[in-house]
Design a protein around this ligand. Structure first.
Ligand SMILES: Nc1ncnc2c1ncn2[C@@H]1O[C@H](COP(=O)(O)OP(=O)(O)OP(=O)(O)O)[C@@H](O)[C@H]1O
Length: 511
């Protein structure tokens, strides 16, 4: 038996096959797009929906991943036998095939999306929260773009699987590629030649889409983007476009309310009481450093200030206005307004990796439309980047910067909404020793400019140099609260002794 090459090649000019290709592409693209969207909703419901929705999505995924597509296709196509009213829709083999494929793909893609969503670090959500973004804003600007990038290779793979699975729909006589071939070889018995041509058509479709997806992947892959440091002339030109952002100067008048007042703050993780009734006042323009042994509750305390941790008891008051109260139903609007007055810098930077550093700085301004004009937002962001010494790196992505540079971008980002208070949670702990100085310099400059700041730090010299007050925490309580002058002076009290001991202030320095 010989392979009939002439017949094989003739199949590529046959209209019926090209028509079948269109059917395969339409069915695949529609199933993939619908599965992509519905799968995302299903994954979101499973991860963060209310309990009943989680259960529904879990059952759905379990069920439709278990049922073979072939069975589902036949089942959906024959549903009109049970429900005659559905005949008008499901009697169409394309529609029945599409519905069955979407039902299965939604379940598969939900799991792919779930993997993507879970891979977005918690710090990314927290950075969005600290910039005053609502749930939808965090999802739209921070989580979904990253989750989709992570899931993209698997989602593309799923598309290829769908293309090949469309052959199963031939079982309900949809004239896709396999069905078209079957009809031909049933008449002429040239099975090998016909199936070889069918295979070539599939390879062709998959190849075209693989190329398209490669372009998409290349476009969204930030790791592959390598914008360079600006040359001096470019930098000078860009500096011309920068416009100062009026950073808030605290109005320090007699009788003006505290910038921050924390009343009887309690927080427990299970049985472990981490904060045991902390009371803290920070006056406008004051710099307060929080020090203490590991596990004493410093980070937990600072995270309760902007609602990153909920309170079990107590209240946070900003400039005399109630901001966060324990137990009350959360007033999200008031909370978000308060959060916008607070900038936060994290130990792990938490920059958004899919945006350039300029976009990182501008993101909060864009979200809050503050200021209104995009040109002004850009000009102010440029000024902030210049202020932290990074204007030359404006188009780079976070992965192209050193840790110290990333932390300085994080400071610029936190300043973009012109906050009244800045919170720093161990801003230099994740840095190489030689990078610590550049970050501390930026913070010191802010202190000189009168910014109200609460800084959790292990840098004792730095705390003594820039703080108005140093607070020692131990086992969830404030053990000592003293000015650097008091710490250095000869006065003796158990609290001062403890703080000196912890800070390693040499007894000889103390008169
Ligand atoms: N999400 C959490 N779940 C359970 N326990 C937690 C959680 N976060 C913090 N803790 C516990 O709370 C205690 C205080 O932690 P916290 O991070 O506030 O300490 P810290 O003083 O900042 O320590 P360090 O200087 O090491 O960062 C620790 O015992 C820690 O294990």
């Amino acid at each position: 038996m010989t392979f009939n090459w002439a017949y094989f090649f003739s199949l590529f000019s046959m209209n019926a096959f090209w028509q079948a290709c269109v059917t395969v592409v339409e069915l695949s693209v529609l199933s993939w797009l619908a599965g992509l969207v519905l799968g995302f909703l299903m994954a979101s419901a499973r991860l963060s929906g209310p309990g009943w929705l989680k259960s529904i999505s879990q059952v759905y995924i379990w069920l439709f991943r278990s049922v073979p597509l072939l069975v589902l296709v036949v089942f959906v196509y024959n549903l009109p036998q049970l429900f005659p009213g559905t005949g008008a829709i499901l009697g169409n083999a394309f529609v029945a095939g599409l519905i069955a494929t979407v039902l299965v793909e939604t379940a598969y893609m939900a799991e792919i999306h779930r993997g993507g969503l879970l891979s977005v670090a918690k710090g990314q959500h927290e950075a969005g929260h600290a910039l005053g973004f609502g749930y939808v804003g965090i999802q739209r600007m921070v989580v979904i773009p990253q989750a989709l990038r992570i899931a993209l290779p698997s989602l593309i793979n799923e598309f290829i699987t769908i293309v090949k699975q469309t052959s199963l729909v031939s079982v309900i006589s949809l004239p896709e590629l396999l069905m078209t071939g079957q009809r031909l070889y049933a008449e002429n018995f040239l099975v090998m030649e016909t199936l070889a041509a069918v295979a070539v058509y599939y390879v062709l479709i998959v190849s075209v889409f693989s190329l398209l997806f490669q372009l998409v992947e290349r476009r969204v892959n930030v790791q592959a983007k390598t914008p360079q440091t600006l040359a001096d002339e470019q930098l000078a030109a860009l500096r011309e476009q920068a416009q100062p952002l009026a950073l808030r100067q605290p109005a320090i008048q007699h009788g003006s309310p505290d910038a921050l007042l924390m009343k009887d703050i309690h927080k427990a993780w299970g049985q472990h009481e981490v904060l045991k009734g902390v009371e803290l006042r920070v006056a406008p323009g004051e710099v307060v450093s929080v020090i203490g042994p590991s596990g004493s509750g410093k980070t937990t305390l600072i995270r309760t200030i902007n609602g990153l941790e909920s309170l079990d008891k107590g209240e946070v008051v900003l400039f005399g206005e109630g901001f966060i109260q324990a137990g009350n139903a959360r007033n999200r609007k008031a909370e978000q307004q308060g959060i916008r007055r607070i900038g936060m810098v994290f130990q792990g930077f938490n920059l958004f990796p899919h945006y350039t550093i300029l976009q990182n700085v501008m993101l909060a301004q864009r979200y809050h439309h503050q200021p209104e004009k995009e040109t002004v937002r850009r000009a102010q962001a440029l000024w902030l980047l210049d202020k932290v010494g990074l204007l030359a790196h404006v188009d780079k992505y976070p992965h192209q910067l050193s840790g110290g540079q990333q932390q300085r971008v994080a400071i610029a980002r936190a300043l973009a909404l012109s906050p009244d208070i800045m919170l720093f949670d161990e801003p230099t702990s994740a840095l190489d020793p030689e990078r610590v100085g550049e970050v501390l310099k930026v913070i010191s400059e802010l202190a000189r400019e009168g910014m109200t700041m609460v800084i959790v730090t292990h840098e004792m010299d730095f705390a003594l140099a820039i703080s108005d007050r140093v607070i020692l925490m131990n086992q969830g309580n404030i053990q000592a609260d003293a000015t650097p002058a008091h710490i250095r002076c000869g006065e003796h009290s158990p609290a001062l002794q403890r703080i000196r001991q912890f800070m390693g202030v040499n007894a000889a320095e103390v008169a």
